[in-house]
Design a protein around this ligand. Structure first.
Ligand code: NCD
Ligand code: ZN
Ligand code: ZN
Ligand code: ZN
Length: 391
């Protein structure tokens, strides 16, 4: 098979450290199969399926199912993320070693299934993770500051009458877990960094020699809180869309490597969970199929990153952070061919109903972008060609 690539950019297959597939529990919004299609179309060869499924992925039964189902579908490696704790109180550590040694070989544990309120539990999880050689991902919200909250404390939220979601909800947890990671001699990864303050804290923590990494989502690189004016619940997301000054700091942080990588936080939701009042709608937005286009617009077209830099933030760094040895590698003879071809001059308009996800909650619906993934290869096998999934 000959693939015509004139004028296109060849990149290592993308790795997403933060994807919500809704299997098990909400297969009406996304399945491992539909989500794998969306991922492959987005140029991904590996995704990390977050733990907040129903039931929560806090046991090897679920994490092994997720991995096996992903391999059956065969479009992308679906790595299961385990929950840090079991039970709603978040007081007891999950059997991380069992999940790590299962078929699904869990490499990352997150607190998004059950929140870790208790710093002592987080400290223990970090100590345990370093003994096991796995990564703890902090979902970065202080729940007691965010319960019932939908937007931030900025002027737009105040004017619109939306409850506050203070930056301190994120930043206090980033600071807490940086210090806990330091004392535990462990690594910690910050999910969906959204504030200028988090970028500053990352610089500070790195300066202290703390092993901390962070991701930013495409929507936090592009969309600001002026989108809330319409009260359209498609814009409701955790953490909330913030102000242009935060966006500028996140872009610069990503360009400088203070923020390590882009992760989608792809979060499918059913129409009925998004059509209600803004404050009652479920938070989250689709992200897999549009991520590259947004990175191209916000980072490449602005001169903040070149395509080499895109390879770093979409593939190499996330693979390194989580310890995936067969992904995110430089393209060289003998390497597994996990490859993505991007047409850097392909104008296209997002049509939410045409996306591969079952749910349609894309805030980018009807927006036009200038770059698009055309082809994806997983270990030498074509999974996407000319923007279409290969069965
Ligand atoms: C995520 C979801 O829907 O699972 N929602 C979101 O707004 N990001 C959960 C999360 O990552 O907070
Ligand atoms: Zn949490
Ligand atoms: Zn989250
Ligand atoms: Zn998430």
């Amino acid at each position: 098979e000959v693939i015509e690539a004139a004028g296109q950019v060849l990149l290592p297959g993308f790795v997403d450290l933060h994807t919500h597939l809704r299997e098990p529990g909400r297969e009406d919004t996304e399945t491992i199969e539909s989500g794998s299609s969306a991922a492959a179309l987005g140029g991904y060869t590996a995704v990390f399926a977050m733990a907040n499924t129903s039931p929560v992925a806090d046991s090897v039964v679920i994490t092994d199912h997720v991995w096996r189902r992903g391999q059956e579908v065969g479009l992308v490696d679906v790595h299961p993320v385990g929950a840090v704790t079991v039970g709603l109180e978040g007081k007891q550590l999950a059997e991380m070693a069992t999940m790590a040694s299962g078929i699904g070989k869990v490499k990352m544990f997150s607190d998004d299934g059950h929140c870790v309120y208790d710093p002592l539990i987080m400290r223990r999880a970090l100590e345990y993770s370093s003994a096991l050689g796995v990564l703890i991902a902090q979902h970065a919200e202080e729940p007691r500051l965010t319960v019932g909250a939908v937007a931030h404390e900025g002027p737009t939220a105040a004017r619109l009458g939306l409850a506050g979601w203070p930056r301190a909800a994120e930043e206090s947890i980033v600071a807490r877990d940086a210090l806990l990671a330091r004392d535990a001699g462990a690594r910690v990864h910050i999910c969906h960094a959204s504030t200028a303050g988090t970028v500053e804290l990352m610089k500070w923590a790195r300066g202290q020699g703390i092993s901390i990494t962070a991701e930013v989502t495409p929507h936090h690189l592009l969309l600001d809180d002026s989108r809330l004016e319409t009260y359209d619940a498609v814009n409701r997301v955790n953490p909330p869309l913030r102000e242009p000054s935060d966006i500028a700091a996140l872009r610069q942080g990503l360009a400088d490597g203070v923020i390590d990588c882009v992760a989608t936080d792809h979060a499918p939701h059913a129409e009925q969970d998004k059509c209600c009042e803004f404050s009652a709608a479920r938070p989250g937005m689709l992200g897999l199929e549009t991520a590259l286009a947004i990175v191209a617009q916000t980072m490449v077209a602005t001169g903040l990153l070149d395509w080499r830099g895109v390879a770093r933030v979409m593939s190499e760094r996330p693979a390194e952070i989580v310890g995936l040895s067969d992904q995110g590698r430089p393209i060289a003879v003998g390497e597994p061919a996990n490859l993505t071809l991007v047409d850097p001059d392909r104008e296209w308009t997002v049509r939410a109903p045409e996306l591969a996800s079952i749910a349609q909650n894309s805030p980018f619906d009807a927006m036009t972008f200038g770059a698009r993934v055309t082809t994806t290869l997983l270990r030498g096998r074509v999974t996407v060609r000319d923007g279409k999934v290969r069965a």
